[in-house]
Design a protein around this ligand. Structure first.
Ligand SMILES: NC(=O)c1ccc[n+]([C@@H]2O[C@H](COP(=O)([O-])OP(=O)(O)OC[C@H]3O[C@@H](n4cnc5c(N)ncnc54)[C@H](O)[C@@H]3O)[C@@H](O)[C@H]2O)c1
Length: 275
């Protein structure tokens, strides 16, 4: 690649924060930002997993990393985490809001929190809104204080195809087992990420703070083969995503390569939402 083009994607000297950075995609996002040269803070509820990701990424890419064992629903913890980033590096250039309650399909085809809508527990609904929305709000608010000072930054909200179209609940059914469903809160909170993205992008008009959404389709993670087959048949490309296929899109949004993009939604879903 010509250096002129490579420069657009270069993150050396920049600082990034990834929430849910120890998750399946979160870890890929951390690795990608580090591979582009950024120093990265890895925020996650799971302390050991966050520490492991930061260690591995620092070793592999030679960047500085900071593990932040934080619950994003706790304002005080979030505030202290962002203060730590500011004290450590004095800046924040990229925020990736990836932490979320996202019930996965297991190797046996089970889905967590998969109750019927009519009986869906209020406490699960409220907990999901708290993590997926309020948590994202709190982290973004604290991060935006630093970005505002700089007048520049890139915020990336991780949404989902199920924020654009309803889940096809047929693919979650397993013959001989009780019905199960992708939970209602997932679609609702992921759709809200798009509203949040547009609100903030418009709010920061006149600054260089850009806010975009990244919408992945289903990522292969050793799910039940029957589910994988049914999911794949619903995509134009005929398969689930490999987690590494989100890397380029994330780097594009994080870097100056997307300097004329804000308030947008980048869809990487194998064509699920196109037919
Ligand atoms: N994996 C997929 O197939 C897929 C598809 C579309 C969209 N997404 C979205 O991508 C994002 C990342 O997905 P993933 O596969 O890495 O999910 P994941 O479940 O593997 O990771 C989520 C991470 O968030 C952390 N977390 C949960 N609650 C938290 C809290 N209160 N405070 C701090 N951290 C908390 C968890 O510990 C976990 O490490 C999510 O927003 C998800 O909705 C994923």
């Amino acid at each position: 690649m010509h250096p002129e083009l490579a420069r657009l994607f270069d993150l050396h000297g920049r600082v990034a924060l990834v929430t849910g950075g120890a998750g399946l995609l979160g870890e890929v996002f951390v690795q990608t930002l580090a591979a582009a040269g950024a120093n990265v803070a890895v925020l996650d509820l799971r302390e050991d997993a966050a520490a492991q990701v930061t260690r591995q990424v620092a070793q592999t890419y030679g960047v500085e990393t900071l593990p932040l064992p934080v619950d994003i629903t706790q304002p005080q913890q979030v505030h202290q985490a962002l203060e730590r980033i500011d004290r450590t590096w004095g800046r924040l250039d990229v925020l990736v809001n990836s932490a979320a309650l996202d019930p996965k399909v297991s190797a046996e085809g089970r889905v967590q929190a998969a109750g019927a809508f009519e009986d869906f527990p209020l406490d699960l609904w409220e907990q999901a809104l708290k993590v997926n929305l309020t948590g994202t709000f709190l982290v973004t608010q604290a991060a935006a204080r630093i970005m505002r000072r700089q007048g520049k930054g890139s915020i990336i909200n991780i949404a989902s195809t199920y924020g654009l179209v309803g889940p096809d609940q047929r693919i979650y059914q397993k013959p001989g087992q009780p019905p199960q469903y992708k939970p209602v809160y997932y679609s609702v909170t992921k759709a809200a990420m798009l509203g949040f993205t547009r609100y903030l992008a418009a709010y920061y008009a006149g600054t260089q703070i850009r806010v975009n959404a990244l919408t992945p389709g289903g990522v292969y993670n050793h799910q039940d083969p029957d589910f994988v087959e049914k999911y794949s048949a619903r995509t134009i490309l005929g398969r689930m995503a490999d987690k590494d296929e989100l890397r380029a899109a994330l780097l594009f949004l994080a870097s100056d390569a997307s300097s004329y993009m804000t308030g947008a939604n980048l869809v990487v879903d194998g064509g699920w939402t196109a037919w």
